[in-house]
Design a binder for this molecule. Structure first.
Ligand code: ADP
Ligand code: DP6
Length: 392
């Protein structure tokens, strides 16, 4: 009788938000960047992807179900990830004939994001990290997170950083084959566990210009971009690594804000220009400046990805100053946790900043630095190979 056993592995994976941004590819096929980048992995208690990878000789096709809907697996980037993982599994099978031939079976991948997909909340990073980690676990590959980061990078660049928790660098590498373009841990979450992030969701709608196409336009047309990759980012990487090592929030914050500003300046210098930040984003920048001025020291740092949402980093010890400034403006929204409710600082925003934030932010997410992917025995595929949902 044919083997119809269903093999399964499940993992969760986190979102990461860069404090030195990846923007630009030197090789679009291998997804090799023009600069190194550094991010903070965010807690999976708040934002996470859960993915089950399964395979069986009874499956007919490779299938991905994302949030309950069939999702395209035929894209070159996803195919590159599947090919790399199958090749590694096939190598194990060729060395040990007793291993089941999983590399020849079709895959059923079922994934759920517990936050909006494609809304500038780094779903692709968590999504590809979870996909790669779950299949690697299914195939029992002996690969380290750094080795897996080489594969996840080919799915989505920023995904390579979501293979680790804490503070993570993606080293751009210099080889043409990309084998040195990988993620490494700069420091674990436990090194600086007090780091928090308040996300002001300015728009949960799909974004206008995708990161992939936006960065290609910037590389092709921006003069400012050249200076960013040769001077600005190398200096920012060094300063940021030092700031994390020393747990120096003021230095961390200055690099974070300057690097976000530099990235968005290259977007504005793209021809035609690309604008990811909007009036709400700019009001959040002003609010952070007012909070820091009132505190007499740097207690908050803003950063923006390829969309208008603000991510505000701060330390737990300063939550009264930071959350207490935003809470009174946004108290009606979902997402506040108990520690924030009722907080009110003495910070006074001007009327335009206050009203722009109140009317333009649709949701808040309170989170902080967290761990890397975690194996779980919560499965989105049943023992007999059928998709199941946890959200029902
Ligand atoms: P975001 O800003 O959320 O990263 P992108 O448009 O860059 O948005 O990426 C969204 C894409 O990432 C989705 O269309 C899908 O292809 C992929 N993606 C998101 N979540 C997952 C997931 N859980 N598993 C696999 N792929 C995912
Ligand atoms: C602004 O990783 O989404 O968030 O490699 O084309 O999938 P692709 O791009 P992606 O770009 C992320 C850009 C960014 C900065 C960052 O995360 O470093």
């Amino acid at each position: 009788m044919a083997d119809t056993k269903v093999y399964r592995a499940s993992t969760t994976a986190p979102v990461n938000i860069a404090v030195v941004k990846y923007w630009g590819k030197r090789d679009a096929k291998l997804n090799l960047p023009t600069n190194s980048s550094l991010s903070v992995t965010l807690s999976q208690a708040d934002l996470r992807t859960l993915t089950t990878a399964s395979c069986s000789a009874a499956f007919q096709d490779d299938v991905l179900l994302l949030n309950g809907e069939p999702s395209d697996l035929t894209g070159a980037r996803t195919q590159a990830c599947l090919r790399e993982l199958r090749t590694r599994r096939a190598a194990l099978e060729s060395k040990d004939a007793s291993l089941p031939k999983l590399s020849a079976m079709r895959l059923l991948l079922v994934s759920e994001n517990n936050f909006p997909t494609a809304a500038g909340l780094a779903s692709s990073a968590a999504g590809f990290a979870a996909l790669v980690r779950a299949i690697a676990d299914l195939y029992e590959l002996p690969s380290s997170p750094t080795e897996l980061s080489l594969i996840a990078r080919q799915g989505s660049g920023s995904a390579c950083r979501s293979l680790f928790g804490g503070y993570v660098a993606w080293q751009m590498g210099s080889q043409a084959d990309g084998l040195d373009s990988q993620a490494v841990e700069v420091a674990p979450a436990a090194h600086w566990p007090e780091m928090r992030a308040l996300i002001l969701v300015a728009s949960a709608a799909k974004k206008g210009v995708s990161s992939t196409s936006g960065m290609q336009q910037t590389v092709a047309t921006s003069g400012l971009f050249q200076q960013r990759i040769t001077d600005v980012v190398p200096a920012n990487m060094k300063r940021m690594e030092d700031a994390v090592a020393a747990r120096d929030f003021a230095a961390f914050a200055e690099v974070t804000m300057r690097d976000s500003n530099s990235f968005h300046a290259t977007c504005a210098d793209t021809y035609p220009p690309i604008f990811y930040m909007n009036d709400v984003s700019r009001a959040a920048v002003r609010a952070v400046e007012v909070i820091n001025a009132a505190a007499g020291k740097t207690v908050a740092a803003y950063t923006f990805d390829a969309g208008p949402n603000a991510v505000v980093y701060y330390l737990e010890e300063n939550k009264d100053l930071v959350l207490g400034a935003f809470y009174p403006l946004l108290e009606k929204l979902d997402g506040w946790k108990d520690g924030a409710k009722g907080l009110k600082s003495s910070v006074q925003f001007d009327e335009t900043v206050a009203s722009t934030i109140t009317s333009g932010v649709s949701r808040v997410i309170m989170t902080g630095v967290g761990e890397g992917p975690q194996k779980t025995d919560v499965y989105l595929v049943s023992e007999n190979g059928k998709p199941v949902s946890t959200s029902a």
